[in-house]
Design a protein around this ligand. Structure first.
Ligand SMILES: Cc1ncc(COP(=O)(O)O)c(C=O)c1O
Length: 471
């Protein structure tokens, strides 16, 4: 049982977990361990009394109603196939095949799945960048306004907030722009299920959006793969959204996942403010100590107001290590190998730690102590310049997906149309989407990343990419 053995080894090594899921392998001590104790007992199907996710009228309906009340939605839906299924349903329910949808380029790859499955045409809006940190930041409201001026036919605007770094855009302004053009605002808030529960956190997109999806398994306590979707107002057909959700939902939804969602909601309803205060405090301690006692820079509130960033989730811990001569990849390996500390992820310049209320003070102390033993090194020789402009698109993603493909070495793909998206992971923002043309600057960025230890979905381990075959 290779997977079971690997999980046993991981668990027994007692790692310090700054990665997802948000529960960090710990049940909250004061919550009865019902779920853990009843894992097999509660693994059931739609028997009488236990309702049916596809047509809820009993306890699932009640649980979803409580969820909607907590997040200020008209209706909320449990998802058992991650926020990814919610993203697909939001897009599919609001745009028909051939309709245009305005999408932030800083979107998770589930949006690509949505485009391919639904045949929706993307119109992209580029986020701003922070050159020092080597990351895209957020979409400026002016960019949304300009994109809508240039593309008056788009059906909906789809944004992601927070992005992995915790950056949020100015939703108040953006929603005014979107509403003034009578468009629908859809938000991927997968990384922000704790928003709206504490005034010290950014406002939830739910205050402004027509529909928004959240992944409580990332920052709260529900189990991996569980998520929820909220809808508000009358600009979206709730009936159609429900029909779409059925298309992307298994007919055997896990009661264990749904129970973990109901519990996560219950916990946040009872103690959301106290618990999120705890996460913020832990992250704040880490940030202050890292900035004072280590050669690294923990990013904080100073990011507000720059590069399209209106607000920042300070319970996420983004640490820039390139300033002290390390790549994020190197730091991730070093912390894991020498200190048994697992980060959420790393990119060329930075490393990211996901701090939730399930982390302990000793987790944070261990991290700060480990980082304080490291000394500044010679400046990094490798830098990264992300493209400012969108690539040239000559085919819709869906057309490229269904086209015949051929594999070529990355360096020989200049001028060819990409079939498999090239998504540096992290940051998970597509460099090239299916149907876009490879240029020299894309090869340069990817070669740098791969040489420094980064990964790119769409590039094989032998360095090949799939392009659309020439007929
Ligand atoms: C911004 C964003 N959206 C959507 C998803 C997909 O969420 P899930 O893994 O719950 O399907 C992720 C996953 O990391 C994400 O970061």
């Amino acid at each position: 049982m290779p997977l079971v053995e690997a999980l046993k080894r991981y668990g027994q090594s007692v790692p310090v977990r700054f990665h997802m899921p948000g529960h960090k392998g710990r049940q909250l001590a004061h919550v009865i361990k019902d779920l853990e104790l009843n894992l097999y007992n509660w693994d059931v199907t739609e028997i009488p009394g236990l309702d049916d996710l596809h047509q809820p009228s009993g306890p699932i309906k009640k649980a979803q109603e409580k969820l909607a009340r907590l997040y200020g939605a008209d209706e909320s839906f449990f998802l058992v196939n991650g926020a990814s299924s919610g993203v697909i349903a939001m897009v599919g329910a609001n745009a028909k095949p051939g309709d245009e949808i305005l999408i932030s380029r800083a979107s998770h790859k589930s949006v690509l799945s949505a485009l391919i499955l639904t045949g929706t045409k993307p119109v992209y809006v580029m986020p701003e960048k922070d050159e020092n940190l080597g990351v895209y930041t957020q979409v400026a409201s002016e960019a949304v306004a300009e994109a809508l001026r240039q593309n008056p036919d788009v059906r909906a605007v789809f944004l992601t907030s927070p992005v992995y770094q915790g950056f949020c855009p100015d939703f108040k302004l953006i929603s005014e722009i979107v509403c003034s053009k009578s468009k629908i605002l859809l938000v991927d808030e997968a990384q922000g299920p704790h928003f709206g529960l504490n005034l010290s956190l950014p406002k939830s997109a739910g205050e402004f959006a027509d529909a928004w999806v959240q992944s409580p398994h990332k920052m709260l306590t529900s189990l991996t793969q569980s998520a929820w979707l909220h809808v508000k107002g009358d600009r979206i057909s709730k009936k159609h959204l429900k029909s779409f959700l059925k298309l992307v939902t298994t007919t055997s939804p896990s009661y264990i996942l749904m129970a973990s969602l109901d519990m996560a909601r219950g916990i946040m309803e009872a103690e959301g403010k106290v618990l999120t205060d705890r996460a913020l405090e832990l992250a704040d301690i880490a940030r202050r100590y890292i900035n004072k006692y280590t050669p690294f820079y923990a990013v904080g509130a100073e990011m507000r107001g720059k590069n399209g960033i209106y607000d920042i989730d300070l319970s996420r811990l983004m640490v820039n290590v390139s300033g002290a001569g390390y790549t994020g990849y190197e730091m991730e390996r070093l912390l894991r190998r020498d200190f048994n500390i697992y980060a959420e992820y790393a990119d060329l310049y930075n490393i990211y730690f996901l701090v939730t209320f399930s982390n302990s003070k000793s987790d944070v102390d261990g991290l700060v102590k480990a980082l304080s033993t490291l000394k500044t090194k010679a400046k990094l020789s490798n830098s990264i310049i992300w493209p400012d402009k969108l690539p040239k698109a000559v085919m819709e993603p869906r057309t490229a997906f269904y086209a015949l493909g051929e594999h070529l070495p990355l360096e020989q793909s200049i001028g060819r149309i990409i079939k498999d998206a090239l998504v540096p992971y992290p940051p998970g923002i597509p460099l090239l989407m299916p149907g876009e043309v490879v240029e020299q600057e894309h090869i340069q960025v990817l070669s740098r990343l791969l040489k420094s230890g980064g990964h790119c979905h769409g590039v094989t381990s032998e360095g090949f990419v799939q392009v659309v075959a020439e007929l």
